[in-house]
Structure formats: C-alpha cells, structure tokens
Design a protein around this ligand. Sequence first.
Ligand SMILES: Cc1ncc(COP(=O)(O)O)c(C=O)c1O
Length: 509
Amino acid sequence: MKDRQEPDQLDELGDTPPAIFRKQLHQLADWIADYREKIGERRISPNAKPGAVLAQLDVASPETAAPLEEIFTDVDRVIVPGVAHWAHPQFMSYFGCTTTNPGILAEMITSALNVNAMTWRTCPAATELETVVIDWLRQWVGLSDEFEGVVYDTASVGIMHALAVAREEAAPATRKLGLTDRGLPRFRIYTSDQAHSAAEKAAIALGLGEENVIRAPSESQFRMDINSLGQSVAHDRQSGFHPMAIVATVGTTATASVDRIPEIAKICREEKMWLHIDAAYGGGFAMLPEYHWITKGWELADSIVINPHKTVFVPLDFSVLYVRGLERLRRVFTLVPEVLRGDTIEGEKNYMDYGIQLGRRFRALKAWVIWRSLGRAGVVARLREQIRLANLLADWIKKDDRFELSAQPSMGVICFRFIGREPALAGGRPSFSARPAVAPYQTDRSNESKLDQLNSDIVERINTSGRAYLTQTKLCGRTVMRIGLGNVLTTEEHLRKGWDLIRETVAAF
Ligand SMILES: Cc1ncc(COP(=O)(O)O)c(C=O)c1O
C-alpha cells in the first residue's frame, strides 16, 4: 500500500489526523477489494516452515513510532504471504469459509464503534440487535420461542456454558460452593465417537473431568448408537455415577452426520438428563425445507448451539447458544460488579449476565448487516448451491473407479477415499449405505494401511501445491479425504479444478 503517512506528519499524541486517516481508509478499501477480487489467483497456503514469518520480521518490541507505510509494507511483504487464505475459492478444508463482502464492511463499522456490549446501557443498540438476530435465526431454523439465546465467540464456549447449567441443575449450589467436599457423585456426559472434542474441553473447564465424557460408538451412518448409549447410561447409574447430560450432534465434524435426536431425547427425559444439541455446523441447514427433518426432537432439548460462522455467512466469530428458559443460564452466571451497578437497569437484558465474559464485542452488527443484505431467501439459495456442488462432486467420485465415497454426502461435506488404481485393491467397491461399522475396510489390512498412507500423502501433496486445500480424517479407522464446501466464492468451476487436481495428483503417485 502506498502513500502512508510520513513520520513528520505524526502528532506526538492523539490519533492519526482525520485527513490522513480518510486517505488511508480509501487505500485500504482498494486493498481489500483487490484482495477479494483476485484471491483465487493466490497460493492458498504458504510453502514455508514454522518460524518463517518471524524470520522476516523485526521481532524486537517497537520503542518508537514507525510510519504506517513501513508497517503496511511488512503486511504485504510478510504477513499476507504467511497466511493460509481460507476465503480462497479452492480452500475446501474444514467447513467452508464464511467471509462475505457485507460481513467485511460490517466488521469495519464494528471496529470503528468498538463498543462494549456488557449491559444494555453500555450499548443499547448492541444489546437490542443481539436479541433481534438471535430471534431471526431462531425463527429461520424453526426453533420454538421457548428458546432464547446469547451470542458467544465459539460453539466450544457455548457448550461449556450449557453444561455449566446442567451441572448446576444436577448439583444445586455448585455455583456457590464448588464441587469438592460435598459428597457429590461423579457426573457423566455422553456423546458419540464422532462428536467434537468441545465436550471434553467443557468437562475440563467445569471440573467434571475429561474421563467423565463417555463416547458411545456410532453406527453405520456415523450416528450415535442408541443402544450403546442407553447401556452406558444404565451401567453408569448402577455403578454409582450420575449421568448428567447427553451431547447429540447435528452435523458432525467429519461427515456432517445427524444423530437421532428424538431417541436421544427420550433417554434424557427418562433419566432426567440435560440434552445439548451441537448443531454448530448443521444447524444453519435447518433453514431449508428439505433439511427440516434435522430439527426433529429439537423442542425436547435443553440447549442448542448453532454457529452462523460455519454456515450462515457470518465471519468468524459468531456462535449462538439457545437455552430453553434462558433464565436458567442467567441464574448460573449473573454477578454484578459494583462498578457496573449503575449501568444495570432492571427489566433490560444485560448480556454480561449470561456467561463468564464481561467485555463483549458488538458481534450482532455483522449478522444484522449480512442477513439483511442477503435476506433469508439469499441465505437459503447459497446453502442450496453448496449442497448441489457437494452432490455433484459425489457423482464425479462415484464415476471414477479409483475412488469411493466413505460416507453419505451430507450438507456441504464429502468424505472419500482413494482405493487404488485397481478397484480390487480394496476388495471391490463397497456401498456406503450398506456399510457395516468397520468392514469392508478390514478386508486386507496390509493394503488398507498402504492406502491410508497414500490418502494422507495425496492430501499433503495437494495442500503443499497451494492450488487447493483439503482435510484428511479417519473414518472407521481408515484415512479418508474430506471436502467441506460453503464459501460463497466457490463455483462449479473451482470445484471442477479441485477435482482435476485430486485426479492429477493421484495419477502421479
Ligand atoms: C460439530 C462441531 N461442534 C463444535 C465445534 C467447535 O466449534 P468452535 O470452533 O466454534 O468452538 C466444531 C468445530 O469444527 C464442530 O465441527
């Protein structure tokens, strides 16, 4: 970026003079617009070793002011080349990147305002917009109005808060007295072997213990096995544990599978356990009538987390925790420091009361801007396009005998595996719909482990090429490749290029 302020233009104190700042903003606007327009021409991830970024920078802490021109030169020279460009249309790893242009604009306004949404008074608009966007999303996914929510940075933080309420209800007065020296039983949380590790993180943070998160196996469609779950709960109850909560998933990290919520909810009801639904990824798809089936049983949950930063086009970070009866959450976390007493007005929502964070970003603004600028219809159309692309890729995979689908394509996620030049190498082409829990991957262990290595090497080679970026994961103990779509910039042409690259890479092994 050119034409930054000169050192002699810097005031000793105060901020950049307005005229200079205006010019810088225009330059930055051009920089961002260029970045977005030409992002597809970039290498996706740097071909560098750890430490490469720091090796190019002066890491001594700055004693005196540097001209902004010099700082931005370093941004262009070192920082941007040191970034993995998640918003690149051929970055198809994890879940699709949710950057949108309206989101970028909204983030700029948020940083200019830089308000702290602790209480209604400290920023009425931030509080009221937070309530509004939480309610829009609730209506869009068809959740009953018994649920109200709060915005956190991430789903991991959401689940921790949900389980804190579950813990308080299982062991009243824990908020006040803690867990120790009260003769309490060991509390247990159940989830599936496909669930995200956020459940364990929450157990660690809440003093419940990582080992008290019990992972039930999943069945053929990577859904939690209900029989095993029921047996674990019953066995633990008989052994003196206190089954406290079940974490079911709608859109698992590896395959976007959807647990059978109604059956899980039944166990929760019978056993008086908290039901948390981790819909961090999958929740947004409930906006589509054809995906409405995923919401079956949601009305029986105690809490549900949805990450618009994974599916609903809000840039990182933005996660909503819904609780049936939000007051249950407030009771666990409300605590008014003296310094804020004057700013807590009775009858108004003060979002600091709903979690451990006091200072809170004005996250609602970006959701409000993006969702208004796309409209529900625009969000739905984009989600449908992701699903169309995911199914298209699945068709290409099915037509190439060197590959197999490793799971039913779900939402924007496709898992597949290179099975070798000769289909016979993996013992024929299995049908994922009839897949038993572990076979057929066990038909020939020696070949299968070679294929594991090959699949891993293929992903590694593609990722280091800088031309596409995929994930590798394990399913039924075997290494598979995984693609997660969702970026609004990813078109059919990008997907085709990504698939061509996979096939080229495979052919070169
Ligand atoms: C199913 C699921 N739940 C929770 C999380 C954690 O999300 P966050 O990064 O918002 O904490 C992830 C992350 O990928 C996920 O896939």
